[in-house]
Design a protein around this ligand. Structure first.
Ligand code: HEC
Ligand code: HEC
Ligand code: HEC
Ligand code: HEC
Length: 279
């Protein structure tokens, strides 16, 4: 039996370095999050005062996924995505060539999020509508707005509109004040590790063991891309509003506030940042 342990550990390392989503997941219950844009959200537990919901669409997943006829851009994806080249990346003099290449396109994994969060595409516009919804598109009744509802601007307070910045309020393609995405962690690590002191990034394998995710190829040149979902999980339940006011979430799941806002792993003590950075 003893021989098995190292083999299993080795197998795990290979799989995890290959960039698959092996992360230990936080409590999965998208219904009880602000990502539930459906009417059951509006009619029942209202998590926050400014959340969006429709009154004519009962399905939750449909705003992002469809069983048939979606696009190949993401997992059974039910939304149009913005153009990959329409974004300005964060930049600085100290970035590596990989993260500092301002001309790189945004990868599809991040365009999924940006299909709502850049503010250019209405959150209630989907590709394959619900057969039981006579009006088709989730309409008109998204809270506080008209037929097509964008993620609103809110600069000054932490805003969910990632496509804007202080110098570009109401913008849609401005990632200049956002953590770099859509570049190869492996390439950044390789460049950094030649610097005196070994650079500031952890060796491939370590971040995954600390529960972050990478996308695309594994630990090879161009591999291990950092995307929104390296740090985020769009389904994780972190808002205790429902439990506080309506009782336990069915299925024995408890919302965990340390995963706010939709984090892949809690950032308590900056654990998420330290998963990749040696600081
Ligand atoms: C606000 C958008 C959104 C909603 C709502 C949503 N998802 Fe997702 N889902 C995503 C995104 C983005 C991904 C890809 C990134 C990731 O894996 O985290 C994904 C990935 C998935 C995956 C594949 C990866 C995995 O985690 O297993 C499954 C399965 C899935 N979703 C099921 C569902 C179901 C079922 C619902 C409804 C109960 C739902 N999702 C609601 C955005 C959403
Ligand atoms: C269908 C549209 C849609 C998609 C797709 C979507 N979101 Fe959201 N998201 C929303 C809405 C609506 C809100 C609430 C906005 C507000 O409060 O103004 C939100 C809020 C958030 C918040 C802030 C939560 C808080 O408590 O402040 C985070 C973080 C977030 N989303 C991350 C993501 C990530 C990462 C992805 C992709 C993996 C994603 N979202 C995909 C619609 C979407
Ligand atoms: C390197 C990790 C990382 C990446 C990559 C990342 N985020 Fe975040 N994001 C965070 C953390 C951590 C927070 C919480 C910040 C806080 O609470 O101060 C956050 C907060 C947010 C919020 C809430 C608003 C705010 O400003 O606090 C939204 C919306 C969001 N992220 C969406 C996205 C989207 C969309 C992407 C991809 C374009 C993305 N994030 C990429 C780590 C990341
Ligand atoms: C998934 C891995 C990962 C996570 C998690 C992560 N980062 Fe990063 N971060 C990187 C990489 C890689 C770079 C690019 C480094 C380079 O090119 O020099 C970067 C760049 C940065 C930069 C810009 C550095 C510069 O030279 O301009 C800052 C600041 C930063 N990250 C802070 C954070 C903070 C704060 C957190 C937690 C909220 C965080 N990061 C989480 C991987 C990560």
């Amino acid at each position: 039996m003893r021989l098995f342990a190292p083999i299993l550990v080795a197998a795990f390392m290979v799989v995890s370095v290959a960039g698959t989503a092996l992360a230990v997941k936080g409590p999965q219950a998208v219904e009880f999050t602000i990502h539930n844009l459906s009417a059951n959200m509006g009619g029942n537990p209202q998590m926050t005062f400014d959340n969006q919901y429709t009154t004519n669409e009962e399905e939750i997943c449909i705003f992002c996924h469809t069983p048939h006829g979606g696009t190949l851009d993401g997992p059974l994806w039910n939304r149009q995505i913005p153009a990959a080249g329409s974004f300005t990346h964060y930049n600085s003099a100290t970035l590596t060539a990989a993260a500092g290449n301002g001309a790189r396109p945004v990868s599809k994994e991040s365009l999924l999020c940006l299909s709502c969060h850049d503010g250019s595409i209405a959150t209630n516009r989907i590709i394959n509508t619900n057969n039981s919804n006579p009006t088709g598109q989730p309409e008109n009744q998204m809270q506080g707005a008209g037929i097509a509802v964008d993620i609103v601007s809110g600069f000054g307070a932490p805003s969910a509109r990632i496509g804007e910045s202080a110098s570009n309020v109401n913008g849609t393609g401005d990632l200049s004040d956002d953590h770099p995405i859509s570049f190869s962690y492996f390439d950044a690590y390789t460049e950094e590790s030649t610097q005196p002191g070994g650079g500031g990034l952890r060796a491939p394998g370590a971040p995954e063991l600390a529960d972050v995710r990478f996308f695309g190829a594994g630990a090879v040149a161009g591999g291990m891309r950092v995307e929104c979902s390296s740090c985020h999980d769009p389904h994780v339940a972190y808002d205790t509003y429902f439990e506080t006011w309506y009782g336990p979430i069915p299925g024995g799941i408890s919302a965990d506030p340390s995963y706010a806002p939709f984090l892949i792993t809690p950032n308590t003590g900056s654990a998420l940042c330290l998963a990749c950075h040696v600081k």
